[in-house]
Design a protein around this ligand. Structure first.
Ligand code: HEC
Length: 472
């Protein structure tokens, strides 16, 4: 038999085996719908009055009626609209690529087999949530062969160590020597922001881009499951003495986090455009969601509380910085001058001045209770400015930029006092130590530097790559 015929015969033989394999709605079909359809057919957008995010609603259809007829593939609009040659296709031709053939075939096979929901799932259950709970995070490798991006970092309260957001883990490094001390694996792929709470636990804003986001709280002092080569390994996924509080889940990344200066409130914002504020005055285990603020038209990238706890400042991909009155629950100011993405916000300790940084490369200031007019353009960086971090002790703040530097600023005089060097790539993260003496920053290439915040030197005290096991 010619080789091509043999291959064909093998294919034909393989077909019935495929046909008999039961197709699971939740494991096989729902991920396809999520990837290709949910962007328009969720509870918010409901294109064609059609919400597909629960099994019941997906089967009920929109204004045209039931899109799935069990056993009848040709009569099922849900499948027909995926594979049709007609102008009206789903996703609409001008809005996205067709569902890959092999995936549409899975949907067809599921309809043919009776279009059933797997046992044990409520037809009214949120499918995004059902998909989330079925997913388990990968364990980080013992050693990485590529540098891991640093999206966020923080000094431990005693300033002796730096916690770095890695790839499905948090890593803890000696802040003086740059040696690895601990690895805490996490459900989140990336830690986008972190804040130490008054009780010494670490709140982290997590992200698995386009898939899920979270706010979880970790006890880095918890017992390690093992120690190897002087490094402690903690299980932040399943060990509840390590991952002490699961505060929030979202359908996409949580991108920013802020603790109020009195330690009583925690705020987080992200891709769902909302900012949630929790009252944690009774401890984070008894956190209460106080309010959900929907004041931005796009991703929320930065948040900060005024010292008196009355106002919340925020910056967004919608190109504005805004101020929210937490008591009156209303928006009191919009600052439009960046005219580009606002990545971060900060506020002077006495609340008299707000600061914002963004893709326009500038550090701008404005009055939180004012009319939205700029107070002063403090100057900026040679490229986009990603983060702004305030010293908890002095009128100083640091900004980090795509220009590969960190600048330290006098918050009163609004001038840069020094430009920190040593990093070789985009600087996504920067933070002050609680005593105000140190600044740390982390880059796209995995580098982390620690500098003296107050002397004249622009050279790092220590510089290391925060990627476990990376060969030099
Ligand atoms: C970019 C947005 C977008 C995406 C993605 C999208 N749709 Fe739609 N869909 C629409 C719009 C808009 C309508 C209403 C206009 C129409 O019916 O053509 C619609 C209507 C429908 C309807 C008819 C609903 C009714 O009862 O009127 C079905 C069925 C449907 N879509 C299925 C799908 C499926 C299946 C997918 C994924 C493979 C998908 N859509 C992806 C925008 C989208």
């Amino acid at each position: 038999m010619p080789r091509s015929l043999a291959a064909l015969a093998a294919c034909l033989l393989a077909l019935p085996a495929f046909a008999q394999k039961p197709v699971s709605f939740i494991n096989d079909v729902a991920p396809i719908l999520k990837e290709n359809c949910f962007a328009c057919h969720d509870a918010k957008k409901r294109a064609g009055k059609y919400d597909m995010t629960t099994f019941e609603k997906m089967m009920a259809g929109g204004s045209d009626g039931e899109p799935v007829l069990a056993g009848k593939v040709a009569d099922s609009e849900l499948h027909r609209l995926m594979v049709t040659k007609d102008e009206r296709r789903m996703p609409p031709r001008d809005k996205g690529d067709a569902v890959p053939e092999a995936k549409a075939a899975v949907v067809a096979e599921w309809i043919k087999q009776g279009a059933k929901l797997d046992g044990g799932i409520d037809p009214k259950a949120d499918l995004l949530k059902e998909l989330r709970v079925r997913w388990t995070p990968p364990a980080p490798p013992a050693a990485f062969d590529k540098p891991v991006v640093v999206n966020s970092l923080a000094f431990t309260p005693d300033a002796k160590s730096v916690v770095v957001g890695g790839h499905y883990e948090l890593t803890v490094w000696d802040a003086a020597k740059g040696t690895l001390q601990k690895r805490i694996n996490t459900r989140a792929e990336r830690a986008m922001a972190m804040a130490f709470l008054p009780d010494g636990k670490l709140a982290v804003a997590g992200s698995r881009p386009g898939q899920e986001g979270d706010v979880r709280v970790y006890d880095l002092a918890a017992k390690a499951k093992k120690t190897e080569g002087g490094v402690e390994y903690l299980d932040g996924v399943t060990d509840t003495t390590v991952m002490v509080k699961h505060l929030h889940d979202a359908d996409d990344s949580v991108l920013c986090l802020a603790l109020s200066p009195d330690g009583k409130k925690l705020a987080a914002g992200g891709c769902d455009r909302a900012i949630r504020v929790w009252d944690i005055s009774a401890g984070v285990k008894d956190a209460k969601l106080e309010q959900t603020i929907e004041n931005h038209a796009d991703w929320v990238l930065g948040v900060a509380f005024t010292a008196d706890g009355k106002f919340l400042l925020s910056g967004s991909r919608d190109k504005t910085a805004k101020v929210w009155d937490l008591k009156a629950k209303e928006s009191v100011m919009t600052f439009p001058d960046h005219q580009n993405i606002v990545y971060g916000v900060g506020v002077k300790a006495d609340g008299s001045l707000g600061y914002s940084v963004g893709a326009d490369k500038q550090v701008r200031t404005w009055k939180p209770g004012g009319d939205g007019k700029q107070a002063k353009n403090a100057g900026g960086h040679a490229d986009e400015v990603f983060k702004i971090a305030f010293s908890p002790k002095d009128p100083l703040f640091a900004t980090s930029s795509a220009d590969k530097t960190v600048k330290v600023w006098d918050a009163d005089k609004l001038n840069a006092t020094k430009t920190l060097t040593g990093l070789t790539d985009f600087v996504y993260a920067t933070a002050f130590s609680a005593d105000g003496t140190r600044v740390a920053a982390g880059s796209f290439a995995g580098e982390v530097g620690v500098w003296n915040a107050k002397d004249k030197s622009d050279k790092p005290l220590v510089l290391f790559n925060a990627t476990p096991g990376l060969k030099k």
